[in-house]
Ligand binder design. Structure first.
Ligand code: BES
Ligand code: ZN
Length: 456
């Protein structure tokens, strides 16, 4: 049995050090989508690797055609399970920059929160497991199981490098359970364990019209406007009841189980309060489902960005020669991103307005996951969260995606535990992203119990 009191003492004495390390990592501008940040990406990978070296783990950088992945492991413990901690050091782009109260890569503490890009997603959450294992090693405790880490730099853009490397890493990553902290608690003061995530299929649409921008006075009325054609295509993709119109889209969607619906009805949730939190006049979505059901267990279609035409000050009267959109579908089990790509292509072929051509560019995709909430490791995970956060976790699903998880689970034949320390209002992917500092410390404490409880 581990000596939790010496662990707790160590954690208490190292609060400042743990904070300083988080600040250091948050200062690195590791935006994976931005090709000009390549050197920051390798700086972040090396930072993570050095942290493992410093705590005495065997570790290496795994290289591929993109950002390095950091792998580390403690010695195998015969007869005991192996845990693989997965996380990511890359972050989403920071725009719009002018909406940040303090610069995204100058982490700042205000009201008990640490504000920076990547604070919650995922540098802060990921580091909790690193710090907890470091605490075990620093207090010379005998680990009851083997812990492996895989920290990658491309999660926020679809995990392509890892996806390619995965089959070759089967032995290295072999484990009984994957632990991921890259999601949220149910709410402030109510921790959760997440047993399902949605998948995603992400595309760019490009609509091409005249070979150059045209004077809309001279030519308006004679040609199809690509921006309008794009708008029509996009709005036709979802009907007024919130149903996606791609043919066959719902064929493989698993219906919600009554027991799940009942379980979620017991969670404290108010549409009014949620609308207020988001700053919208009301919540909308697919008919026949509650807000939690729509966010966690139903597919959706969204537009992330629109391109084309005049975007500057004042007016300019043109028919743009092209227009584009970044779009994605969130998927639920058993939807497959490759099938959705075909369905989208078919839809576009059938619905392209006359006078323009449309290109569909497949950017990335990943399947959703739903794991057995009664799996072998769930009891230990619950106990660890309860001790770390002072309250028993509730079981939830979430709507975000961690695209590589389904592939890892399929390849390694393991369980997965999604133990999120973030909060819904952390502003992930948004300006002024934050992570509650106490949740960082509670996460470290929960993780410090995890190694013991997963082994027993
Ligand atoms: N941390 C999120 C995943 C997440 C978000 C889980 C919300 C649970 C709730 C992750 O880093 C992320 O944002 N993933 C992307 C993946 C995409 C870019 C392929 C996502 O969900 O948009
Ligand atoms: Zn993340």
């Amino acid at each position: 049995m581990a000596d939790f009191s010496s662990l707790d003492r160590y954690l208490e004495q190292n609060r400042q050090g743990h904070l300083n390390e988080l600040l250091e990592l948050l200062r690195i501008e590791s935006v994976s989508a931005d090709p000009t940040k390549a050197s920051a990406m390798s700086q972040a990978a090396i930072w993570v690797k050095n942290r493992f070296v410093q705590m005495g783990l065997e570790c290496e950088l795994i290289e591929g055609n993109g950002p390095s992945m950091v792998y580390a492991e403690s010695p195998k413990v015969p007869g005991a399970p192996t845990v693989l901690v997965y996380g990511h050091y890359d972050v989403q782009p920071c725009d719009p920059l002018d909406l940040w109260k303090t610069p995204p890569f100058e982490p700042t503490i205000r009201d008990g929160n640490i504000y920076a890009r990547g604070a919650t997603d995922d540098k802060g959450q990921m580091l909790t497991h690193v710090q907890s294992l470091a605490a075990w090693m620093a207090t010379s405790q005998k680990l009851p199981l083997q812990v492996k880490f895989l920290i990658e730099g491309e999660e926020e853009k679809g995990s392509e490098v890892l996806g390619h490397a995965l089959p070759g890493l089967k032995e290295k990553l072999a484990c009984d359970v994957i632990v991921i902290s890259d999601s949220s608690q149910y709410g402030p003061g109510q921790p959760a364990i997440t047993y399902g995530l949605r998948g995603i299929a992400y595309f760019e649409l490009r609509v091409y019209g005249p070979k150059a921008d045209l004077h809309s006075g001279s030519f308006g009325g004679a040609v199809t406007n690509p921006a309008l054609a794009l708008a029509r295509l996009l709005t036709e993709m979802k009907n007024a009841d919130g149903k996606i119109q791609l043919e066959g889209f719902y064929d493989s969607v698993k219906p919600l189980q009554e027991s799940e619906r009942e379980m979620w009805k017991c969670l404290d949730f108010s549409d009014e309060a949620f609308a207020k939190q988001l700053g919208v006049t009301e919540l909308t979505g697919e008919q026949g489902f509650t807000t939690l059901e729509r966010r966690w267990a139903r597919p959706t279609f969204d537009v992330h960005g629109l391109m084309g035409g005049y975007q500057g000050e004042g007016g300019k009267t043109i028919i743009p020669s092209w227009a584009g959109a970044k779009i994605s579908f969130r998927l639920v089990p058993d939807q497959d991103p490759a099938t959705v790509a075909k369905q989208l292509q078919d839809f576009v072929s059938k619905h392209t307005p006359r006078g323009v051509t449309v290109e569909v560019i497949d950017l990335h995709g990943g399947c959703g996951v739903v794991v057995d909430p009664n799996s072998r490791f769930m009891g230990g995970a619950r106990k660890a969260v309860e001790e770390g956060f002072g309250k028993a976790p509730v079981l939830i699903r979430e709507g975000g995606s961690i695209p590589i998880v389904a592939e890892m689970v399929a390849l390694l034949g393991c369980d997965v535990l999604l133990m999120g320390w973030g909060l819904d209002d952390d502003g992930a992917h948004s300006p002024n992203e934050k992570f509650c500092l106490e949740d960082y410390y509670r996460g470290i404490r929960a993780s410090s119990r995890l190694w013991e409880y997963l082994a027993s």
